[in-house]
Ligand binder design. Structure first.
Ligand code: HGY
Ligand code: MN
Ligand code: MN
Ligand code: MN
Length: 430
């Protein structure tokens, strides 16, 4: 019976330690390796190495492995009947100075599920599988969850293939997929690779479970978020810092700073979040007033309507700031580019119940689990477009993530992996 199937915590953690060799994290701002951080940018050599390990390992566990045109990897173990697989999915890529659990924990927990099924000789009713989604972070190629987005039909393949890396890099996603040998022939589409259901184990990346001394988050859905690139350009505003009095400046950076501060204040008044993680200015010289500034804007809220309102207000207020900062006709122009749009979603009740029942069975009581909505985006947002989906959260220390200090205890990793496995198997029986 389901209850007898237990994950092997030691084996799970040794997979985690083994795969950490690919993409040594660096201490913030230095080239110095950190003992706990991880830097495995999507489609990098380190990503290739961990992908090769994933393919080889799942093949050795009796899976058929297919790779699609976005490099998504589907490892599928056959069941008694044919049909679309119920999958455990997540991502192997990390932030530039990220942690060792975000993403990969969900993939390795899926591998551990396959190991348990193999060693116990379990025949599932239908196929079960494990998925690695390419570039979930959107850190190297600046559209997050892009490959599950292409699979879902929300993002055109050629837009994704043509996407260049942040920071003015010239490599496109397609070139990098080709370079590391993961430009698959299978179309990146839910019609080419339909899933019966998708479950994702992920660290909470927030403080709630730890603060409440609980072990499992039964994830109901994901809040809405949008990513923009805002550019403030002052034609002719670039000027000498020593000879240009304040009264005749149109300082693009000063305007951008006022906009960023305003986005924080307006978001607060709407119970939303607004963050800027990338800020570039041109020409970047001590004694030249910047003429062009671009900054990223990441806004999030439980409801799409809140983001509609916030976006509209920010656009009009940014224009006002630009005109106020403009003197003597040295106009400052503001332009917006929308990079990512991820609507608020609610997961499928059957999958939420499977996670809730699995959590109760594994933790021995339902007081150790709580319903939650995810503040972070995940590939499960896009899989939920085309198949029943839900997520399992485990606590992370101080709620810290996207940081080398990210940490989840071996016990909590194992409890999460067990709930993931039990959720997949419960769903398989539905
Ligand atoms: O940005 C996010 O929420 C996700 O980690 N890509
Ligand atoms: Mn993640
Ligand atoms: Mn992340
Ligand atoms: Mn995510």
């Amino acid at each position: 019976t389901l209850q007898t199937l237990k994950v092997n915590q030691t084996r799970l953690l040794s997979s985690l330690h083994h795969t950490c060799q690919w993409g040594t994290g660096t201490r913030w701002g230095t080239a110095e390796a950190t003992e706990t951080g991880m830097s495995r940018l999507s489609l990098s050599d380190a990503d290739k190495q961990v992908r090769d390990w994933f393919v080889e390992t799942t093949k050795s566990l009796g899976c058929t492995v297919s790779v699609d045109a976005m490099g998504n990897i589907f490892a599928v173990r056959p069941g008694r009947e044919d049909g679309p697989p119920t999958c455990a999915g997540s991502h192997l890529d990390t932030q530039p100075t990220g942690g060792r659990y975000d993403g990969i924990l969900g993939v390795l927990a899926g591998v551990e599920m396959l190991r348990v099924l193999e060693e116990k000789g379990v025949e599932t009713a239908f196929p079960v599988g494990v998925v690695n989604w390419t570039n979930e972070e959107g850190a190297r190629f600046p559209i997050s969850m892009i490959s599950s987005g292409v699979w879902a039909g929300d993002i055109p393949l050629d837009r994704a293939h043509g996407l260049k890396e942040v920071g003015g890099g010239t490599a496109t996603m397609k070139e990098e997929l080709e370079r590391i040998g993961y430009l698959g022939s299978m179309p990146a589409s839910h019609t080419a690779m339909p899933l019966a259901a998708h479950f994702e184990l992920h660290i909470e990346q927030g403080p709630v479970l730890e603060a409440q001394r609980q072990k499992i988050g039964v994830v109901q859905g994901v809040q809405a978020y949008r990513w923009y690139t805002v550019e403030v350009v002052g034609r002719g505003a670039q000027a000498h810092t020593g000879t240009t009095p304040f009264s005749s400046r149109s300082d693009a950076l000063l305007a951008a700073c006022r906009m960023i501060t305003l986005s924080h204040d307006l978001a607060t008044s709407h119970a939303a979040l607004a963050s800027t993680g990338i800020l570039t200015l041109h020409p970047g010289s001590v004694n030249t007033i910047p003429g062009r500034v671009t900054f990223s804007l990441d806004i999030r809220a439980p409801l799409d309507s809140t983001l509609d309102t916030l976006e509209a207000e920010l656009k009009s207020r940014f224009a006002t700031i630009a005109s106020k900062e403009t003197t003597k006709g040295l106009d400052l122009a503001v332009s917006w580019r929308t990079d990512s749009v991820s609507p608020a979603i609610h997961f499928h009740e059957d999958c939420i119940s499977a996670v809730r029942e699995a959590a109760k069975a594994v933790c021995g009581s339902d007081s150790l689990a709580r319903d939650m909505v995810s503040g972070a985006g995940h590939d499960s947002v896009y899989t939920s477009r085309h198949c029943p989906t839900s997520m399992v959260f485990v606590p992370c220390r101080n709620g810290v993530s996207h940081n080398p200090e990210e940490y989840t205890s071996p016990e909590d990793c194992a409890i999460g992996a067990e709930v993931l496995m039990q959720s997949v198997l419960r769903y398989d029986r539905l």
